[in-house]
Write a protein that binds this ligand. Structure first.
Ligand SMILES: Nc1nc2c(ncn2[C@@H]2O[C@H](COP(=O)(O)OP(=O)(O)OP(=O)(O)O)[C@@H](O)[C@H]2O)c(=O)[nH]1
Ligand SMILES: [Mg+2]
Length: 599
């Protein structure tokens, strides 16, 4: 067996090991099962086999319960090594009989690493409920072959069925044992079909056939085998006979025994049988890899869709703020009233440049109410802005939650958590954000007004007055105001603008307004990102690897290419030789085997 398949298969194994598929997407569970099964098969059988082509063959004796598997194994070994029984199922854990020379191979975790070895005691007598593989070394069996007496495939016991599947996946060769009375049973045939699908080497043993039914039953079984693409599989028929001291008489299995002995004696043929089964298993895996790769890609698509829904919901929250700032809605109601009271006191107006005088007259005439310090306006803006942020965060949470709840994967990811409202402390955090932004503004004013002349003006208007004017300039617009409000708000905007221009000049004001809005936007984005993380952190925690589909695909392509090379190197046998060929003289054995396989 060439080593060229080994490295691509190791890459494929690594990539399969990364497959988790945590998102609830249709088909994910099936694909996950497939990936797990392939991983096990690579670990348990294919990779160890490729790493050591000369290792002993593992032949699994499987089939219907009570079909005489244990009795047959005892016959092939030549002495009782495993327990036949009347009660079904008798064989609860697999018994692996091998030559003492092969103990190291079978006892190590080269094969079936997931099955603990049961050592000590005896395979004979008593039932123990230990889950594991019983190893029996017997000098009677030739080196180079392990015969594994499997639990029945159609067992009432789930553990037995799982175990049987595991063993089948690890077998180089399997003896499918059925009886004249049981051969039509569906379950063992389903297992056999799985083996055929994997292109595994299969030998059929039709056991306990009464002499009078021999012709009819044999013909029928051959028909069934042909229908299962097993027309070429070797078929050994064992006539019914009484047992002698619990043992099947040797002459009943002479043909099968010769076949086994010839195979074991021929290292090249052993390797060919193993290679055929490995190739079948690898082909099966490669053919199904796109299902896994697609399912993994689907996980990434679903995660991206959920993330986009959260992104969109919270981008809208940031857009809400920008809208509110540009349509003037933050300058309405309470804020507008306070601002008018403030400018109406004359505190501000009397400091303004001459050119604004007419404007002042107009505003003074329109303004009613008590004089107000700038702090009151600032507070009104603060609470207006903070409650806008709370509302936006709540709206975004509702949108994201709805989008996620409509998707089964999103719903599962929410896991019953109610994220339809913003975080409990959103009000505090919004208020803190606004305060931090006001600090930004003060800092900006100090920096901008750092030269002496400007500092004097800033002092004259008061730092709070200037920063208030800056907020008003940022939030004033006429877009969303009613006719009556436009005149007033428009006027007040101009007033704030003029005040700022008197200190910082036109360019300075433009720059500062823009920078002030940018700073606010950045802070709001930060807040909304924190809120969004309640959703997206659930996706992050999945740690989906965006490169995995590409890695799986590349590994599959490499495996296919390596298989093509191997195919060209050697003609793979379609099936081991049948009993007629086995009866041929020893020197013709290999030739007959090749003819049979290649013909
Ligand atoms: N007369 C006769 N009895 C047989 C023959 N083969 C098996 N038996 C009996 O049939 C019963 C079942 O045989 P086992 O060898 O235990 O069958 P098994 O396939 O290992 O059964 P499980 O391990 O339960 O799946 C036992 O009582 C055997 O003694 C045979 O060729 N002739
Ligand atoms: Mg048994």
């Amino acid at each position: 067996m060439s080593g060229s398949l080994l490295s691509p298969l190791e890459s494929l194994r690594d990539a399969l090991g990364q497959v988790r598929m945590p998102l609830l997407v249709p088909g994910a569970e099936a694909a996950r099962g497939l990936a797990g099964g392939f991983t096990n098969q690579l670990d348990d059988y294919i990779l160890p086999r490729l790493r050591d082509a000369d290792a002993p063959l593992l032949a699994v004796v499987g089939g219907s319960t009570g079909s005489g598997k244990s009795t047959l194994v005892n016959r092939l070994v030549g002495k009782p090594v495993t327990t036949p029984g009347v009660l079904r199922p008798t064989t609860r854990h697999p018994v692996l009989v091998h030559n003492p020379a092969d103990t190291e191979w079978f006892a190590s975790d080269h094969i079936l690493p997931r099955l603990p070895r049961i050592t000590g005691g005896t395979a004979l007598g008593g039932t123990d409920d230990v889950f594991g593989l019983r190893l029996v070394a017997a000098g009677e069996i030739p080196a180079g072959l392990g015969l594994l007496d499997a639990p029945d495939l159609d067992s009432v016991s789930q553990t037995n069925r799982e175990m049987a599947g595991m063993l089948m996946a690890a077998a180089d060769l399997w003896f499918f044992v059925t009886t004249a009375s049981r051969y039509a049973d569906a379950v063992p045939w389903a297992a056999l079909r799985a083996a055929v699908d994997r292109n595994a080497a299969v030998v059929i043993v039709l056991n306990r056939v009464p002499a009078e039914a021999m012709a009819e039953v044999t013909a029928h079984v051959r028909q069934m085998l042909a229908a299962e693409r097993l027309a070429n599989a070797p078929l050994f028929v064992i006539p019914e006979s009484p047992l002698v001291d619990g043992m099947l008489p040797a002459d009943r299995t002479a043909e099968l025994q010769t076949w086994v002995n010839n195979l074991v004696a021929d290292a090249a043929m052993r390797a060919a049988v193993a290679r055929r089964t490995v190739d079948g298993a690898v082909g099966h895996i490669a053919a199904d890899m796109p299902t896994i790769t697609d399912a993994v890609a689907q996980q990434l698509n679903t995660a991206a869709g959920l993330r986009a829904a959260a992104d969109e919901s919270y981008a809208q929250a940031v857009a809400d703020l920008e809208d509110a700032a540009s349509d003037g809605s933050l300058m309405r109601g309470e804020v507008l009233a306070r601002w008018q009271e403030f400018v109406g006191t004359g505190q501000l107006l009397k400091r303004l440049e001459e050119g604004v005088g007419r404007l002042r007259d107009r505003i003074s005439a329109a303004v009613r109410g008590e004089p107000a310090p700038p702090e009151q306006v600032t507070e009104a803006i603060e609470s207006g802005l903070a409650s806008l942020l709370v509302d936006s965060a709540n709206d975004a949470a509702r949108r994201a939650d709805r989008a996620w709840s409509q998707d089964p994967a999103g719903r599962a990811l929410l896991g019953g958590a109610d994220l339809a409202r913003a975080s409990a402390d959103i009000s505090d955090r919004s208020a803190a954000l606004v305060r931090a932004w006001q600090d930004d503004l003060l800092e900006m004013i100090r920096t901008e007004g750092a030269d002496k002349r400007q500092t004097a003006r800033v002092m004259a208007y008061g730092l709070n007055g200037i920063s208030l004017a800056l907020m008003v300039a940022v939030f004033s617009a006429t877009g969303g105001l009613s006719g009556a409000e436009i005149g007033i708000a428009g006027g007040t905007t101009v007033l704030a603008q003029k005040l700022l221009e008197a200190v910082f000049g036109e360019d300075g004001v433009r720059r500062m307004s823009k920078a002030a809005m940018e700073k606010l936007t950045v802070r709001v984005e930060g807040l909304m990102n924190e809120e969004k993380a309640r959703f997206t952190s659930r996706l992050d925690a999945l740690e989906l690897d965006p490169d995995l589909p590409a890695r799986l695909h590349a590994a599959t392509v490499q495996v296919q290419q390596a298989r093509d090379v191997e195919d060209a190197e050697a003609l793979l046998p379609a099936s081991p030789p049948g009993p007629d060929e086995v009866a041929a003289p020893r020197k013709n054995w290999r030739e007959s085997m090749r003819n049979w396989w290649n013909g």
